[in-house]
Design a protein around this ligand. Structure first.
Ligand SMILES: Nc1nc2c(ncn2[C@@H]2O[C@H](COP(=O)(O)OP(=O)(O)OP(=O)(O)O)[C@@H](O)[C@H]2O)c(=O)[nH]1
Ligand SMILES: [Mg+2]
Length: 404
């Protein structure tokens, strides 16, 4: 749905994205339509005439499902479904459906369930549609109308118990190992629009094999790996769920816990697909979600990715317009060295050579220093060991007692 020509381009981009979402949910797209009208129709959203047109095209294309880019009210959804004679879902349901398919960890599944329950609760009176959890594909029907009140109560109870369960799972997730790792290295979180290339960059920097795909929302559960930016410069890199325009509010709320990883990060790498036509809108959408989860003030380095897909001349123009950003191609590896030093600079990791002294029998202290920095010289003199070491700035405080 579009209101006026200036919205038309944004609407077209949004519809194209909706098509990708539908594909990611396992559907095949047969056609699309845009409705332009000054105000939306309370009964059917797009107006009666347009609904008839949609019904005709759906017949011609032999389509099973009609997908709306905007969120329909329960009443609108019911009316359209009746007129068109097909399952009718909106963007939110599609996204919930993809998330339900992708969630792998217990925490992820619980979060998706919470979002689904939230979405379903006000829609129970209508032909409430619960997605994958109740089996089938997109738009599997939810509980019938007869047990309405009981159903509402049971859903509220379930919401409570899912919330408690998420809390419990979360507490146990913070294992001791993770806490120790965190103490040793700063945390860098990859954030960005879905499909921007976060997992590709994660793999390139950590030599890991996180799943990469041109499907939307490939990554759901956060992944953490150690990445060595330079000798002695280790960070913990976190790959996270992507964001999207019109991200359902219930999903943001449900994933708040996971996204706390983002809140606790020392640095955010905002990965942007520089080849996207609407990159500014996407950046803005990401910033909106970051604000919602309280991470807007985190130190952030913008990474312009997919430089290999840019037209000649565009890389230079981009870099000149955005001197603070780093232009890379996670796919070809181009610019990764600049990115690594950019990260180091942001984290104030610039190493400094210092001279430290240890007692010769302090093997823990000595091996610790080999892990923390790059040892330049190591001299033993009686029961004293003198070590010159290139040490990240932020670790200096830990060794003040050993400064020679
Ligand atoms: N040409 C090109 N393609 C890239 C680059 N980086 C990533 N891609 C492709 O972009 C698509 C998305 O990459 P992912 O790394 O899965 O993106 P993501 O941000 O993790 O996506 P979600 O997890 O779905 O949010 C894949 O098809 C990648 O192969 C790049 O630098 N150049
Ligand atoms: Mg990913």
């Amino acid at each position: 749905m579009s209101r006026g020509p200036k919205h038309r381009i944004a609407t077209e981009a949004s519809i194209e994205e909706l098509g990708l979402l539908a594909q990611s949910a396992g559907a095949h797209v047969t056609g699309s339509m845009i409705q332009e009208r000054p105000r939306l129709d309370p009964a059917t959203f797009i107006g009666k005439g347009k609904v008839a047109e949609v019904a005709r095209q759906a017949d011609d294309d032999d389509a099973d499902i009609v997908v709306f880019d905007d969120e329909l009210s329960p009443v609108q959804q019911r009316n359209v479904e009746k007129e068109v004679g097909r399952k009718t879902v909106d963007r939110t349901q599609l996204i919930l459906d993809i998330f339900a398919r992708r969630a792998r960890t217990r925490e992820g599944r619980l979060q998706v369930e919470l979002a689904q329950l939230d979405y379903m609760l006000p829609r129970l009176g209508g032909q409430g549609i619960l997605l994958s959890r109740l089996g089938g594909g997109i738009g599997t029907r939810g509980p019938g109308e007869t047990k309405l009140e009981t159903d509402r109560r049971r859903i509220r109870q379930r919401i409570q118990s899912v919330r408690r369960e998420i809390d419990r799972v979360r507490r146990s997730r913070h294992t001791r190992r993770e806490a120790r790792l965190r103490a040793e290295a700063p945390v860098v979180a990859l954030v960005g629009y879905t499909n921007a290339g976060k997992s590709t960059l994660f793999n390139a920097l950590t030599h890991a094999t996180a799943q990469v795909s041109d499907q939307l929302f490939m990554t759901l559960d956060p992944l953490v790996r150690r990445a060595r930016l330079a000798p002695g410069l280790d960070v913990l890199l976190v790959d996270t769920v992507g964001f999207i325009q019109k991200l359902p509010h219930s999903l943001v709320a449900a994933f708040r816990a996971t996204l706390e990883e983002v809140n606790e990060a020392d640095l955010l790498l905002h990965v942007v697909d520089a080849s996207a036509e609407d990159l500014e809108e996407r950046e803005a959408a990401v910033n909106t979600v970051l604000k919602e989860i309280g991470a807007a003030e985190r130190p952030t380095l913008t990474v312009l990715n997919k430089s290999d897909r840019l037209a000649p001349g565009r890389p230079r123009a981009l870099q000149e317009a955005r001197t603070e950003s780093v232009l890379i191609s996670a796919a070809t590896g181009d610019g990764l060295d600049r990115l690594k030093s950019g990260i180091a600079a942001c984290l104030d990791l610039a190493p400094r050579v210092v001279r430290l002294r240890f007692r010769a029998d302090d093997s823990r202290g000595i091996s610790g220093i080999y892990g923390a920095g790059r040892v330049v010289t190591h001299e033993v003199d009686g029961d004293l060991v003198t070590i010159d070491v290139e040490l990240p700035e932020r670790l200096l405080a830990r060794y003040t007692g050993h400064l020679a």
